[in-house]
Design a protein around this ligand. Structure first.
Ligand code: XMP
Length: 587
């Protein structure tokens, strides 16, 4: 979207990693233009780059069809940095040995035995890094030294003694690697010798220009949600094309939070929208979702239902002339986690990427001005556009709404003993080593530290999440998985619980300390109180990784007391799982 002023100095070779575009963005944030190309781009096409970065990815170098690079890039004079899978691929191509892992290492680790190397120059303090891998390098290739290790990864970084080839097993591009930006900056400036040629703030003009080019003489339709992404995307189109050419429709799916429709009306009035309409569709959404439990099926139905409502809306009145395209607030993580880039594994299907919408994409009838940006950038763009903070600093809320926070079950089952807690017989989505996981939940009777929780997830194959019990009407072993689907009663229960949590976190100021605070309803309970509530306050910068945030005790107790008064609620749990290995939403 951001038109290059010159040739990219750095190219990120996409091996399917979820963080691939994040690497390029971090380099651009350093003031150096970087782009992303397919991993197997011929070395000849890259000869004028000052440096190359091979990204992470979900595959194993030994799998047939796993991403490869042109080995020529490792023979040229270009500096190359391998990240995660990129390190394994570099080792593999140059005669090192990669060990296929079964368990892997996910989450925070400490870097130790750091050897002097340009990559690690002038790091001050924190050696905290973020790991997310299954396989690891077991023996470095000839000519390489081990540059750093962690407790469970002997070769956390490696570098060639004479040539500018280096690699790290961890992810310097994510915020949880405390010195990550410095490591990338060392690579870009010290190793590659790049000069600053890019203003990271220079983005609104090129975006508006692109909107005008893509739209041509067609009008743009937006199905807005009131969330930051669609609001910013809509405002960009409003500015680029003028209010007469941009239509906003808010679909009330019945899956939204308390008071949402009123809020959205106020927001669009403020933005100066002249064409704005609320479509009441609760009944048809709930009918289409009746009895459905599988999370991916839920997402598909919601996505397709959106298309039904959308097509119905567009086939009426003055939209009949076909001179319109659909605008969406899709941001980069939405496409990447749906397998939208060439190689990223499907973690879950985003509702902006279902079949009906794919058709519009293929016929060139979609405009997604934010598709290469991350959440934090979207907020910055919103601020630059003059959208008031009240609308921009809302916590993100997923398009499919409460449906993905209302877990369903079609069978009854008892909880099972699993040291040191109880295995809840329900599954939630997670992400391990760049791949989707769908595993059970371990419930503990207390709230241990998140380090302990991380350790438990890493060593227990059958789980991807750990929750601790805050308070309940019954002991965990007396609870069962109950039968529960997306009924109006369960949605109302979740909506009530969510409103209580929102009110108490707003009043206490806790809301401002977290990036997002999903409240999840799980079909775990006892007779008369079939559901429990899970609190999931997290900190994140871009939604790609997340850390659990602990709440002050007094607030937590108050919240639990109020939640237990909601009809049908049996217990209140606290999610202690970082992302990875858990995702933010439970699905
Ligand atoms: P996960 O659960 O993948 O969520 O860790 C990452 C971030 O994305 C949000 N999310 C969505 N946002 N439509 C959206 O607009 C969706 O379908 C969707 N699914 C997840 C989630 O709330 C979190 O902020």
């Amino acid at each position: 979207m951001n038109a290059p002023k010159s040739q990219p100095q750095i190219t990120v070779l996409d091996a399917g990693g979820q963080y691939c575009h994040l690497i390029a963005r971090k380099i651009r944030d350093l003031g150096v233009y970087a782009d992303v190309l397919a991993s197997d781009t011929p070395a000849g096409d890259l000869s004028d780059r000052k440096g190359l970065i091979i990204s992470g990815g979900p595959d194993s170098v030994y799998e047939p069809g796993s991403p490869r690079i042109d080995p020529g890039i490792l023979m040229s004079r270009s500096a190359v940095l391998g990240i995660c899978y990129g390190q394994q691929l570099m080792a593999f191509e140059l005669g090192g040995r990669v060990r296929k892992g079964d368990k892997g290492e996910y989450g925070l680790a400490l870097l130790s035995n750091v050897k002097p190397h340009a990559l690690f120059r002038n790091l001050n303090g924190g050696q905290q890094i973020w790991m997310n891998h299954r396989d690891q390098v077991e023996a470095v290739p000839p000519g390489f030294d081990v540059l750093a290790s962690t407790d469970t990864c002997a070769i956390a970084a490696m570098g060639h003694r004479e040539r500018p080839l280096m690699a790290v097993q961890f992810h310097p591009e994510v915020v949880h690697t405390s010195q990550g930006t410095k490591i990338l900056s060392n690579f870009v400036f010290d190793v590659c010798g790049c000069a600053r040629d890019w203003d990271p703030k220079d983005r609104i003009r090129p975006i508006e220009q692109e909107i005008r080019t893509v739209a041509g003489d067609r009008n743009v339709f937006f199905f807005v949600s009131g969330g930051v992404d669609s609001t910013v995307a809509y405002t960009l189109c409003l500015r680029a094309l003028g209010p007469d050419r941009v239509y906003g429709i808010y679909v009330d799916t019945g899956l939204m939070r308390e008071g949402e429709t009123k809020y959205v009306r106020r927001l669009f009035q403020h933005l100066g929208a002249t064409a704005f309409h609320v479509e009441e569709s609760e009944t048809e959404f709930l009918k289409a979702l009746a009895g459905v439990c599988d999370p991916e099926t839920k997402r598909h139905i919601i996505g397709e239902q959106f298309v039904v409502v959308q097509e119905r809306t567009l086939s009426t009145g003055h939209f009949l002339d076909g001179n319109w395209i659909l605008g969406q607030g899709t941001i980069y993580p939405d496409t990447i986690e749906s397998g939208g880039t060439a190689r990223a594994d499907v973690i879950k299907t985003h509702h902006n990427r279902v079949a009906g919408i794919q058709k519009l994409i293929e016929t060139g009838r979609i405009i997604e001005p934010l598709a290469s940006f991350y959440k934090d950038e979207v907020r910055e763009i919103g601020e630059e556009l003059g959208i008031p903070g009240e609308f921009l600093h809302r916590h993100p809320f997923p398009g499919p709404g409460l449906a993905i926070r209302c877990l369903c079950s079609d069978t009854e089952a008892p909880v099972e003993r699993l040291e040191p807690g109880w295995l809840l017989p329900i599954k939630s989505v997670g992400v391990k080593g760049d791949s989707r996981s769908y595993h059970s939940v371990l419930a503990l009777e207390n709230l241990p530290s998140d380090e302990i929780a991380t350790e438990l997830v890493n060593r227990t194959m059958e789980i991807n999440r750990v929750v601790g019990l805050v308070k309940a009407r019954a002991a965990i072993p007396a609870m069962r998985a109950t039968i529960g689907t997306l009924t109006p009663a369960r949605l109302a229960r979740l909506r009530r619980a969510d409103a209580i949590v929102r009110r108490l976190s707003e009043e206490s100021g806790f809301e401002r300390e977290v990036w997002q605070f999903p409240v999840v309803l799980i079909p775990i309970g006892v007779e008369g109180a079939p559901d429990s509530v899970v609190l999931r306050p997290i900190h994140s910068v871009d939604g790609m990784t997340a850390q659990v945030v602990r709440m002050p005790d007094q607030l937590l107790r108050r919240m639990a007391d109020e939640l237990l008064k909601v009809d049908g609620v049996c217990g209140v749990f606290y999610d202690l799982t970082h992302k990875p290995p858990g995702t933010i939403e439970w699905e």
